[in-house]
Write a new protein. Structure first.
Length: 205
């Protein structure tokens, strides 16, 4: 009888010990996650502040440049070819000339060889950040919503969204214009854990 009670007491003690260890592990994991999320949020805030500064610089230099002498502007070592502004979701970012892992962490990037405000299709990619920065809120855009592109010649062109769909990451057809001899812009971001791409297509008004 005593052995039975002793065993039960020991089992209860082991369960309490295991629960305490599990709780401690969960607390440690939670602290680590909070630190990681806080660090990433801080980095995003710093990047957003830097983005605002370079957008302001672009606007100033474009306004003060001559017609035949448009400025050469860099952001964090990468050439800037214009800015994108979407008032509905309150974003404005410089457009970097190339798209790779590093540039995508900095700003909106050009995919392919489209020309800013030129005839044809300009494809722009941006991360889908949970805080709504970059292209984190373009899923809120609908058909007939507008965006504008400022090029380094000082021309600001307004585009209206005419299509919105989800596609495969390997679908390169999105790089092509829907209508020839028109100005089009395509916005791309990742969704569903990077399994799909959200595509919005816009055309000059």
């Amino acid at each position: 009888m005593r052995n039975s009670k002793h065993s039960e007491t020991k089992m209860k003690a082991n369960k309490i010990k295991f629960s305490n260890i599990l709780l401690l592990i969960l607390i440690i994991v939670a602290i680590v996650l909070i630190i990681i999320i806080g660090t990433k949020y801080s980095d995003r805030k710093k990047n957003d502040e830097a983005v605002k500064e370079v957008v302001s610089q672009i606007n100033d230099e474009v306004q003060n440049s001559n017609d035949n002498d448009f400025p050469y502007i860099q952001y964090d070592g990468y050439q800037v070819i214009g800015t994108i502004q979407i008032s509905k979701i309150n974003i404005e970012y410089p457009i970097l000339i190339e798209s790779n892992e590093e540039t995508l962490n900095k700003s909106i990037t050009r995919v392919g060889d489209g020309t800013v405000n030129g005839i044809g299709n300009l494809t722009l990619a941006g991360h889908n950040y949970i805080d709504g920065s970059m292209f984190g809120k373009i899923d809120e855009l609908e058909i007939d919503d507008e965006l504008s592109i400022l090029d380094l010649n000082g021309n600001r062109v307004t585009y209206k969204i005419f299509d919105k769909f989800v596609t495969d990451p390997n679908d390169v057809s999105v790089l092509e214009p829907v209508q020839e001899s028109t100005r089009e812009v395509t916005l791309i971001t990742c969704i569903n854990g990077n399994k799909n791409r959200l595509i919005l297509k816009a055309r000059e008004i």
